[in-house]
Design a protein. Structure first.
Length: 59
């Protein structure tokens, strides 16, 4: 069955697979960068200090 799609179909199939792989790698890079950026920012440290360590409780 795959032999009936021809050279153009195979190239298209490979391009789609490469696009999916590229988008997945791009997702990993962006999500890691955003997560690290938030955790290292002043606001991120404040939120972590207030809500994670103190569980959001006010004295």
């Amino acid at each position: 069955m795959i032999s009936n799609i021809g050279t153009g179909g195979i190239v298209l199939f490979i391009n789609i697979i490469l696009l999916i792989v590229f988008l997945f790698i791009l997702y990993l890079v962006i999500s890691t960068a955003v997560r690290d950026g938030i955790n290292k920012s002043v606001v991120g440290k404040y939120i972590e200090k207030k809500y994670v360590d103190g569980q959001g409780k006010k004295d």
